[in-house]
Design a protein around this ligand. Structure first.
Ligand code: ARG
Length: 588
């Protein structure tokens, strides 16, 4: 049975408010300012005093007199008029035992489960994955797991970038370099590997800037692919397959999963219908040969460039229109995004669509969302949310680059964090355990990312992220591994938890906070508070472990209880890490 501490406190407060003659809606509860004297507190008495014309401390006393905490809670007046709330040892014991029984017992589920489509990953076919592709799958995977844990129905779709100019550029370059002769019945194909693509795309991309003829050709090829013309369409499909294999591998290493491996191209069958909806409703107009939709609202503003990532996006008038078809009738980024919304609505009818994409695409999404709302492609009550994340910077405060100033490849990052983990493991006497090193490396990477507020930039500091101490993924894993080792030594002889010591109290209070952080993260679509509370729980355990002799405790019931408490912490930490998409190793 689920036990939600904060809800219980609030219920007790409400009934005391009511009995004391006050509006129960004014009851509120928050964490205590001073954890040494209380666990929670109620600050409502000042507002009550105003409303009822009484002294705040009189209100507080009346409420305390009516308060019935059922041996779970104790209340006390704290000057001038706060109500301090403390959880009794009996209640803390009950909570700890509930988690020991089943770590999901403290999870507060959503009241009404939603159907959610999550759009993250977003790798581009034929291009190599780089550091810019790191945050979306990491954040997306964690939010996916969180939403599932809290009871929502979630479908993830990686929405590959597979319908744009990059495909045409790559194919045009391959053709020029004689790779595709077989497709045109002019001779034999040359073998195309991923390395070929990694060379040909950047080459084409540079070339298009200086060679207008080539650019035109690439645009024509793009058009031919989009219209399904052969042999371009077959070439496209072959390249896509090759590239997607590699993308899948990369995501798998990162521990990121997708229910759907759709791409921009999957929405192709929905494009014509979307365009017709705009035309029929009189929402589209021609502008310099292109088809555009006006999305500006009256009295509103075009985007003002943000000076920092924490600033809210503002707009100056008028917001530029959204192009939905190019002059040559080719599809653009917005075309496939709009069609994808129609497709998702027909296939799943989600209540909410979450896009985990770089903050630079803010304006793009804002306009796509508006266009879809205007056209009724997205129903009025459907939430379209862009979760905009910041940039990964180097220590110099600029986007993280290699020493020679190049973009860092995703695979290189993975190798770097793994190598760092191997170094650290060696210091602990563990060598030749590549699986473990990868688990730790990924933990360093993910926690280093997720511990930041999602929209903020952060500095990629591998040394810091990989440390076995402090606010890092490896520290939490390390705490878990220590508990596993303790349990092994104690023959897993686990008994009922009976909270008595300050160190035990501290653990359970931090445990409750960790569970509450799930709901905070859900509200904020950011995992930073879970990261912090996992750290606090792990620290609380370390304190207990340093101060209390567990295995040498003579009193059998106590020893078994300590082991129970340790196991309980392990279960909670494992659940928390699991939400972050981080594995808990048994040894480290
Ligand atoms: N492929 C895009 C990029 O690299 C990201 C896709 C984001 N999702 C979306 N539905 N537009 O920028």
């Amino acid at each position: 049975m689920a036990e939600i501490v904060k809800d219980y406190i609030l219920d007790c407060l409400k009934s005391a408010f009511k009995k004391a003659g006050y509006d129960e809606e004014l009851a509120s509860v928050s964490y205590a300012n001073n954890p040494n004297v209380a666990d929670y507190q109620c600050n409502s008495c000042f507002a009550l005093a105003k409303k009822y014309g009484e002294r705040p401390d009189v209100c507080a006393s009346k409420i305390i007199a009516e308060f019935d905490g059922q041996k779970k809670l104790e209340v006390e007046l704290s000057k001038p008029a706060f109500i301090n709330i403390k959880l009794t040892d009996a209640y803390l014991s009950k909570i700890a035992n509930l988690v020991l029984e089943d770590e999901k017992n403290l999870v507060k589920m959503v009241e009404k489960p939603l159907k959610i489509v999550m759009d993250y990953g977003g790798a581009n076919v034929a291009k190599e994955l780089h550091i810019g592709h790191l945050r979306s799958p990491i954040i997306g995977e964690a939010l996916y797991r969180l939403n599932k844990l809290l009871g929502n129905g979630v479908i993830s779709d990686t929405h590959l970038g597979d319908w744009g100019l990059q495909m045409g550029l790559t194919v045009a370059q391959l053709e020029d370099d004689g790779y595709l002769e077989g497709y045109f019945n002019r001779g034999k194909n040359k073998e195309i590997t991923l390395d070929t693509l990694n060379e040909e795309y950047p080459k084409a991309s540079k070339r298009k800037e200086v060679d207008p003829k080539f650019r035109e050709k690439a645009e024509a090829v793009t058009y031919n692919i989009q219209k399904g013309k052969e042999p371009y369409f077959t070439i496209y499909k072959d390249i896509r397959e090759l590239s997607v294999k590699r993308i899948k591998q990369n995501y798998l290493t990162l521990g990121c999963h997708f229910d759907l491996w759709y791409g921009e191209s999957s929405a192709y069958p929905y494009i014509d219908r979307c365009i017709n909806i705009f035309k029929e409703k009189g929402l589209a107009r021609e502008s310099e040969g292109a088809l555009v939709v006006d999305v500006a609202k009256e009295g509103e503003n075009i985007p003002i460039e943000r000076k920092s990532e924490s600033e809210v996006q503002r707009y100056k008038n008028p917001m530029p229109p959204l192009i939905i078809k190019k002059h040559n009738d080719a599809d653009v980024y917005a075309t496939t995004d709009i069609a994808t919304i129609l497709m998702r609505n027909e296939q799943y009818a989600p209540d909410r669509i979450l896009y985990i994409v770089d903050f630079r695409q803010d304006l793009q999404f804002e306009r796509v969302f508006r266009a879809c709302k205007k056209a009724g492609i997205s129903p009025e009550n459907q939430e379209l949310i862009h979760i905009a994340y910041g940039t990964i910077n180097g220590k110099d405060g600029h986007a993280f680059k290699t020493r020679s100033g190049e973009t860092v490849k995703l695979e290189d990052i993975i190798n770097m964090v793994k190598a760092k983990a191997e170094e650290r493991l060696k210091e602990n006497g563990i060598v030749d355990d590549p699986k473990l090193a990868m688990q730790i490396g990924i933990a360093a990477l993910k926690y280093g990312d997720l511990s930041n507020v999602v929209y903020k930039d952060y500095i990629f500091d591998l040394d810091k992220f990989s440390s076995f101490e402090g606010k890092t993924g490896p520290y939490i894993q390390y705490t878990g591994a220590r508990i596993s080792s303790l349990l092994r030594k104690g023959n897993n002889d686990v008994g009922k938890i009976n909270v008595e010591l300050a160190e035990e109290r501290n653990i359970v209070i931090n445990l409750i906070k960790m569970y509450e952080s799930f709901n905070v993260c859900y509200q904020e679509n950011s995992l930073n508070s879970l990261c912090l509370s996992l750290y606090n729980l792990a620290s609380a355990f370390s304190l207990f472990y340093n101060n209390v002799k567990v295995l040498s405790e003579k009193d059998e019931a106590k020893r078994r209880g300590y082991l129970g408490l340790s196991k309980m912490v392990l279960k909670a930490l494992t659940l928390g890490l699991d939400v972050l998409g981080i594995e808990m190793p048994e040894k480290m």
